[in-house]
Design a protein around this ligand. Structure first.
Ligand code: HEM
Length: 484
């Protein structure tokens, strides 16, 4: 048989393959660079014998992850994250097959309900009762408040549990758990991923730090599944449960042999929602106050219904998603069959990355891609562009590809939009000033070593625009209430 031709890739060393070519941080940028050097939008790498395929163009992502979805929709089972920490309990990590199909059906059914009103009003509730008042009181903690506002609304939708305005324990459990998981997902971090046999090495063995980490992290991870689930079941028995994704799904289960398995599945999906959502980090960089003032005025807070009349703010959101994609490499897919693409051989079990960052930062798609410039989405008259060849980050890449694409985009986008609109409408977001009162340009670095790109902590000043804005926020919530 003729030699199989793999897609182009950097030179491989014996045994470790391209391990040394794969950086620990900002992987998406290194992957995009390979495409430039090799003049190919599809790149082949190998780490300890595991084949990696990087797709750096929308064309290749669509051709494979979408058109050939039936064989490009599994997930990579790394020993550390999948087995040792038990990440396999998350629907997002399940291999392609019946269990995933069933989980996916339930997820989609409960997110894409015909009546989106309860979901949208819960988002609005959290923006007004948590995000805005918290920003007013302790603006320096803005990163925590944004995460709490969005994470809280998701836990409330999924579990119907009351959320504390600050220091909520459910959010803390989920954050810790996701921190453990995402730290282990970046390829090449753990030797045990390359040599699964090492999982049998005892904890006390020199060099077996991963075993101690795995043991501790597995327990933290399990709490995210078990504790809120138990609380809801108890509330259901006591008759105090608020309607939620979980209570509705549990009520649908008929008592029978399948009960335990289905409960487990639902428990998993609940945690998956929370997990994915806690990782979001909207950052508002541009002010669209003038637009908001002229369209909405200063007498009320923005509502989701205002979205179509605020093209500039919409352009800011699109540009934010493009400039710093939330999940720059998405969640990798895995092939379940051998395949042939443009004469290249793609083996079964290859880990396939759709590189959203590369697509959004390709000169061919967006001129001056490293500039943050919302006007690229606007016509000269200031309306949103609708041309067919313009990639819209609300639709393309941001939420992944094909059958595994994010089922939560309908919840995520309104939530990002309303948070951004409300902050811009009520606050001035400004750089920190030095002793002489001169502004210090903010340096916003991205951690770059996790699946999701979080900004490194940075400082800025968030001040209510005036007493009118502060009064609007105050009017919306009861200061004495601990829970929302
Ligand atoms: C801005 C917010 C969000 C972004 C950028 C985002 C992005 C993504 C991406 C890139 C994937 C991987 C897709 C692929 O494999 O090709 C994904 C999967 C997933 N997302 Fe989201 N997501 C967001 C919000 C949400 C929300 C609000 C929910 C739940 C309500 C959610 C639930 C999920 C689930 C369950 C999966 C796994 C799907 C599967 O493996 O079948 N996401 N998301």
């Amino acid at each position: 048989t003729p030699r199989r031709k793999y897609p182009p890739g950097p030179k491989r060393l014996p045994l470790i393959g391209n391990l040394l070519d794969i950086p620990r941080r900002h992987l998406q940028e290194a992957f995009a660079q390979f495409s430039k050097e090799l003049n190919s939008d599809i790149v082949y790498l190998d780490a300890f014998g595991v084949p990696f395929i990087v797709l750096n163009s929308l064309e290749a992502c669509k051709d494979l992850l979408e058109k050939r979805s039936s064989i490009y929709s599994s997930r990579f089972r790394q020993t550390m994250s999948y087995e040792l920490i038990e990440g396999k309990r998350l629907a997002a990590m399940l291999p392609y097959g019946n269990e995933w199909r069933e989980a996916r059906r339930i997820m989609v059914k409960h997110i894409n309900v015909a009546d989106q009103e309860p979901i949208l009003s819960s988002i609005t509730h959290f923006v007004r009762k948590s995000l805005l008042p918290n920003l007013l009181k302790t603006p320096d903690d803005f990163q925590v408040h944004i995460r709490n506002g969005i994470g809280g609304s998701m836990i409330s939708l999924v579990y119907g549990l009351p959320i504390k305005r600050v220091n909520d324990p459910w959010i803390a459990i989920a954050e810790q758990a996701m921190h453990c998981l995402t730290a282990t997902l970046v390829p090449g971090q753990y030797l045990v991923d390359a040599f699964p046999i090492l999982r049998h090495v005892p904890e006390w063995f020199p060099g077996a730090k991963f075993q101690r980490e795995a043991k501790e992290w597995k327990q933290i991870f399990a709490r995210m599944f078990e504790e809120p689930f138990k609380a809801v079941k108890k509330a259901m028995l006591d008759g105090t449960a608020q309607p939620s994704f979980l209570s509705r799904s549990l009520e649908e289960i008929t008592i029978g042999s399948d009960q335990e398995r289905l409960e487990c599945l639902i428990e998993n999906i609940g945690a998956t929602f929370t997990a994915v959502v806690l990782l979001l980090f909207p950052h508002v960089r541009e002010k669209a106050q003038a637009e908001i003032d002229s369209v909405i005025g200063r007498e009320r807070l923005p509502e989701l219904a205002d979205k179509p009349s605020l093209p500039y703010l919409n352009a800011v959101l699109k540009e934010t998603l493009r400039w710093r994609p939330i999940a720059p490499l998405g969640l990798p897919h895995m092939t379940s069959e051998d395949d042939l693409y443009r004469d290249y051989f793609i083996p079964k079990g290859a880990v396939v990355f759709g590189n959203s960052w590369a697509i959004f930062h390709d000169e061919k798609n967006f001129g001056n891609p490293s500039e943050f410039d919302p006007t690229r989405f606007l016509t000269p008259a200031g309306q949103l562009r609708v041309d067919k060849d313009l990639l819209d980050p609300e639709i393309v890449c941001t939420f992944g590809f094909g059958r595994r694409a994010c089922p939560g985009a309908n919840v995520a986008l309104p939530s990002l939009w309303l948070s951004a609109a409300s902050i811009v409408s009520c606050f001035d977001v400004m750089p920190e000033v030095d002793r002489e009162g001169k502004p210090i340009a903010p340096v916003i670095e991205y951690t770059g070593n996790e699946v999701v790109a979080h900004p490194e902590p940075f400082r800025c000043r968030i001040l209510p625009r005036d007493s009118k804005a502060a009064a609007l926020i105050q009017a919306e919530y009861d200061e004495t209430a601990e829970y929302i």
